[in-house]
Each structure stands twice: as C-alpha cells, then as structure tokens.
Design a protein around this ligand. Structure first.
Ligand code: SF4
Ligand code: SF4
Length: 218
C-alpha cells in the first residue's frame, strides 16, 4: 500500500500473523548468537543453520556470505516444519526478549536524516504483512534499532570478510563458528544443520541482513 507521507507508517501495528517467521531465512550475527544462547541456555549449534547458495540466491557480493570451499552460505536460524524454530504454536516468538536485532527492526526499512532523526520509512515486502494502522511506533526506538542493527552488521561483515580471505585447508561450518567466536576451540563435534534443499519461500531483503520476525511494534 503506497503512503504519501512515509511517516504515516508510524501508525503500523503488528497483528502477530507470524508470516514473517515462516519460510524466511533470518540472518544472524555472532552478537545475536551470544544473546540467544545466553537467554535460552541453548548451545549455538542447536539453533544455527547455514543457508547455502544452492538454497538462496547468495552471491559473493553478499556481505554476510561466508565461503565454504566452492560454496557460499549465510548463517541463520534453524527451521522446524518450515517455520523459524522459535515461532510458537500461537505464532508468538518464544525468544522475544532475546530475538535477533533484525527481527526487532522488521518490517521497517528506515532512513535517517543527517541529524539521526527518522526521515523515511517503508515496509519490507518479503512476505505478506497483515498489519493494521492503529498503532503507535516510537521514532526514537526505531532509530536506536537501526543503529544497533547497523553496528552488528558492520562488525560481522568484517569478520566474514576476514574468514573469506583465510586459506584454511578445511573450511567447515564448525571452523567458521570457532572463527567467529561462538564455539570454543575444544568443541569439534559435528552437528550443524546442513539443509541444501532448493528454496521454498526463502527470500532476500534489500538489507544485507535478511529481515524477518514478529515486529517490535505490536
Ligand atoms: S510484522 Fe507483519 S508479517 Fe510479521 S507477524 Fe507482524 S503483521 Fe505478521
Ligand atoms: S521473531 Fe525472529 S526469532 Fe522470533 S520466531 Fe520470528 S523469526 Fe524466529
């Protein structure tokens, strides 16, 4: 739906339809991994999944794309029955307080002015978003989320770039997880999910982070 006044979207209200948590690839950073692991008590490999270029249209230019031999993949959240594993039966996020930053920002694409104020807003179209327009989104909150997301993104992009320049003989997923600091060097067992199916509804967003998630604004 087009909006003449982009800030009219500040009346957005998430209806918790759950669409953005189903069949979408949610990119995560090491900071997200640490927060989720600390908050849930889960071991990172219990919820990390790698989305390969055979599954999503990932290219070498994607700043979250890590090299594994001849293939590229991005780190994301595991699915269970085609949904994010953290989406509850009632379509509510069961790790709401610990969820990835990108989930918090979804579905907003935000542009800030030179002074840091929210200047323009648009909505992600990666899934049908069944929102209502009787809510109240706080501009400062949105601006803070964008800064948080950007900070995480920039830091992780540097780590991925460094990984992609390494000449490790074995570029395994576990080696990558150790490289980014979410696995200890003593943990060498193998259990990362390796789904290489063709995509169902996984889709790329305009941001380097694949955004999705029950919004912060319901
Ligand atoms: S942000 Fe949109 S798609 Fe996601 S749960 Fe809320 S209304 Fe549904
Ligand atoms: S908000 Fe994010 S972490 Fe929570 S269920 Fe949705 S996709 Fe998963």
């Amino acid at each position: 739906m087009p909006f003449k006044d982009p800030l009219a979207l500040l009346k957005f209200r998430c209806t918790s339809c759950g669409n953005c948590c189903k069949g979408t690839a949610v990119y995560i950073t090491p900071m997200d991994v640490h927060r989720i692991a600390d908050g849930t008590g889960k071991e990172p490999r219990e919820f990390i999944r790698f989305f390969y270029d055979t599954f999503l249209p990932i290219s070498k230019r994607d700043t979250f794309a890590a090299r594994f031999g001849k293939r590229m993949a991005v780190m994301g959240l595991k699915w269970k029955s085609g949904r994010c594993m953290f989406l509850g039966k009632n379509n509510m996020c069961i790790i709401y307080d610990h969820r990835p930053v990108t989930c918090r920002q979804h579905p907003f694409n935000v542009t800030l002015s030179d002074t840091g104020a929210v200047e323009r807003l648009s909505l992600s179209r990666i899934v049908p978003c069944l929102y209502e327009m009787d809510g109240k989104v706080n501009k400062r909150h949105l601006s803070n989320l964008l800064h948080w997301n950007d900070k995480q993104t920039v830091a992780y992009e540097k780590i991925v770039k460094a990984w992609n320049k390494t000449n490790l003989k074995v570029q395994t997923r576990n080696a990558f997880l150790r490289f980014i600091g979410v696995l200890s060097s003593s943990d060498r067992s193998r259990c990362v999910n390796t789904s290489h199916k063709k995509p169902g509804r996984g889709s790329l967003a305009s941001s380097p982070v694949l955004t999705n998630g029950s919004g912060d604004f319901g």
